[in-house]
Each structure stands twice: as structure tokens, then as C-alpha cells.
Write a protein that binds this ligand. Structure first.
Ligand SMILES: [Zn+2]
Length: 384
């Protein structure tokens, strides 16, 4: 086994060992993991003790310097980190599956990425190229050393692609196309690097940062939904999906709103922490130098609420139609949590009202207009 290069991910070391020795990937993995084992995680294998022995380096060093472990645990507390470190290093390597642990990376980076300038430097310096950890982190699209966009490759980061022996120097990657500003992408890359190299033990004060950025409601709390809405438009749907941080604006509590209120910290993926931190940090960059500064009571966005409620009702009616169970309009809206807002201000929800008037005539409506009188149902003369 060759010695790992700086920031080289463990899967890349194994692939280079195959290239140097001429041994097939399958045989190499069988040698490291025992017979009948043909797969070894590219990012976080559970047989590190064996690999560390072959490379002649302490397993802890391998874990913290050449796997995605530091990034994965970057927002956990020390008790959780020690638990997972023991699990990775000392549990039964043949039985324990670590893919749930590494999915915060594999679900946030669809394909392997590399930097063209790093490739040139590596060939000059080492005579070969390798895959770097920091380039494979969710949302990393900038090489901070060369300040250039990384190249995308068609090689997946998940599953059996770990055996794909192609190195950055063998590939002609494609440019990454995005509408996100370089300022935001660079901030994400910096935060990723920090998460990878230093444990973010100091919990990021999202609540404080969100309030500082002007997301303050009249009652002094964080305007979480507004944070979610602005974050959604800053990052675009494609980028949120790519990084494994997808959410919809119809959701009651989308993750940016939860995190901005300091809820569920440590349980959500590092990518979510980093995307929100980068978003709050770059508010002035995104808004072309003007700092977002909203004071006083937020103007209620009825247009958006109307559409949200309409979509929720449509979904409910679709689900109801399968069971065939009848329901009143009030019950239907109460289930969405919008009843108290809606009942006092029906005129502000024109699309919802239109939908309800159609619903009242349908078979699913408890008080069906022009047909079953409600008292007949009450008396049991009509079946529900
Ligand atoms: Zn580079």
C-alpha cells in the first residue's frame, strides 16, 4: 500500500495501490477485508485497523486525516464523536455497516470532483494524481488553493463506484454550471474546509446570526419561514437537491426555519448547518452590498399562504378520496393548521375559497350542498 498524500481520501489510496501493484480491486479488498468481501467504502471503511497496519500508520490518524469522519461528526458533541470513533475503529469490521454514518456525504455529493490546477501540480510533483477529501464534500465546487471551479466527473460517490479505478488525471471532466454566486460558493468551501479540519465544537449561533441579518419578527423571535424562503431562492432547487438538503416551501417547519431557531442542532446533516451558515454570512453579498435589514412586523404574505393552503387541501382531498370518508370544510382546514388564520380573513385566500366551493359539491363533503341534509346524517338516516 502506498502512503496517503495530503488530504487524500482512503478510497483513492486503495485504488492507487491496485494501479501500482497490478492486483485487481476485488483481490485487494479481499486481502484487506477477508474472503467473500468485495466492497470497501470509498469515504469511510470499517476495516481501518487492518488498512492502518498495512500502511504503517496509527488508525486514528487515518480516520481523522484520510476519511470523511471529521466532516461527518463536525456538528456532534464529544460524547457522540467518541461513540462513533469506537464504532468505526473497534467494532467487528465484517459485520458493522457504516453507510448510515457516511450518508451525510454520499447523499450530498452525487459525483467525484477534481481541480484541474491541482491535477497539473500533482503530476509535476508526484507523477500521479489522486482524489482529495475537501473536493468531495457536499456543496464544494471551489478549489480554495487555486480559487477555481472544480470539474464534475460521471463517477458516482455512492455504492459500487468505489471500485472505479479512474484517477483525476485520466478524466476529462465537465464544467459545473450554476446561477449561485462565486461569493456564496467560496463561503461554502471555506466552511466545509473548517468542518473537515477543525471540530466545530463551538455551536454556530444560528439564532443570533439570523436576527443580526434582520430576520426578526415583531415578537422578537426569528422569522424562520422568511429565512427558509430566501435561502430557497438563493440556492435554487437543483443545488438543494444535489447537496441532500431538499425541502419545500409548503412544509410546516422546513429545516432552515428549525435551524435558524436553534432547533435540532446536531441532529441535522453537516451540509444543512453549512448551507445555512453560508447563507446568513453572505446575505450582504447576495443582496449586492445592501445588508438585508427588515424591521418591525413582517408583512404577511397571503399570496404564498393561499397557495400553500390550497396545495395542502388538494393533497388531503386526494388522500381522503381513497378512504371515501366524508369530512366538513372546517375539519379539513383544521387538519392543515391554517383554520384560525383562514376563518378571520377568508377574502385573503381567493384560490382556497374557490377550491372549497367546488369541494362542497363533492361526495367527500359532509354537508353536501343541495343533497344530503346534514340532520339526516346526524339522525343516522343517511350513511356517512
Ligand atoms: Zn486546485
Amino acid at each position: 500500500m502506498p502512503s496517503p498524500y495530503p488530504d487524500e481520501v482512503i478510497g483513492s489510496v486503495i485504488l492507487r495501490s491496485c494501479r501500482h501493484s497490478g492486483i485487481s480491486y476485488k483481490r485487494q479488498i479481499e486481502g484487506l477485508r477477508g474472503p467473500k468481501k468485495t466492497y470497501c467504502s470509498f469515504l469511510l471503511p470499517n476495516n481501518l485497523i487492518v488498512i492502518a497496519k498495512v500502511i504503517n500508520t496509527p488508525p486514528e490518524h487515518l480516520l481523522w486525516k484520510h476519511t470523511m469522519f471529521p466532516y461527518i461528526v463536525s456538528y456532534m458533541n464529544w460524547a457522540q464523536i467518541l461513540h462513533f470513533q469506537n464504532k468505526v475503529l473497534y467494532s467487528d469490521g465484517n459485520r458493522e455497516c457504516l453507510s448510515p454514518l457516511s450518508k451525510s456525504v454520499t447523499h450530498g455529493t452525487p459525483f467525484r470532483r477534481y481541480c484541474s490546477s491541482c491535477v497539473k501540480e500533482d503530476i509535476d510533483r508526484y507523477g500521479e494524481t489522486y482524489w482529495r477529501r475537501t473536493h468531495l464534500l457536499p456543496g464544494s465546487h471551489i478549489c480554495l488553493k487555486h480559487n477555481t471551479l472544480l470539474m464534475d466527473t460521471p463517477i458516482r460517490l455512492r455504492g459500487q463506484s468505489a471500485s472505479n479505478a479512474a484517477m483525476p488525471g485520466d478524466l476529462v471532466g465537465s464544467d459545473y454550471r450554476t446561477s449561485i454566486s462565486m461569493g456564496v460558493l467560496t463561503t461554502i468551501a471555506h466552511l466545509n474546509q473548517t468542518a473537515q479540519n477543525f471540530h466545530c465544537a463551538e455551536p454556530y449561533e444560528f439564532r443570533f446570526e439570523a436576527l443580526r441579518a434582520g430576520y426578526r419578527r415583531a415578537d422578537g423571535n426569528v422569522a424562520g419561514r422568511q429565512v427558509a424562503f430566501d435561502l430557497y431562492t438563493t440556492y435554487t432547487e437543483d443545488f438543494l437537491a444535489e447537496t441532500g438538503c431538499r425541502f419545500t416551501l409548503n412544509q410546516r417547519d422546513p429545516w432552515p426555519a428549525l435551524l435558524a431557531r436553534n432547533c435540532q442542532k446536531g441532529t441535522l446533516s453537516p451540509a444543512k448547518h453549512i448551507l445555512l451558515a453560508a447563507f446568513l454570512n453572505t446575505q450582504n453579498i447576495v443582496k449586492n452590498g445592501t445588508i438585508y435589514n427588515k424591521k418591525g412586523k413582517r408583512i404577511h404574505d397571503y399570496l404564498r399562504d393561499d397557495l400553500t393552503l390550497l396545495n395542502m387541501l388538494k393533497n388531503q382531498v386526494r388522500r381522503r378520496s381513497e378512504s371515501g370518508y366524508r369530512i366538513t370544510v372546517m375539519e379539513l382546514i383544521k387538519e392543515t393548521g391554517y383554520w384560525s388564520q383562514f376563518r378571520h380573513n377568508r377574502k385573503a385566500y381567493p384560490k382556497t375559497c374557490e377550491f372549497i366551493s367546488v369541494f362542497r359539491h363533492s361526495n367527500l363533503s359532509e354537508r353536501q350542498i343541495g343533497r344530503r341534509p346534514y340532520w339526516r346524517v346526524r339522525l343516522g338516516l343517511d350513511k356517512r
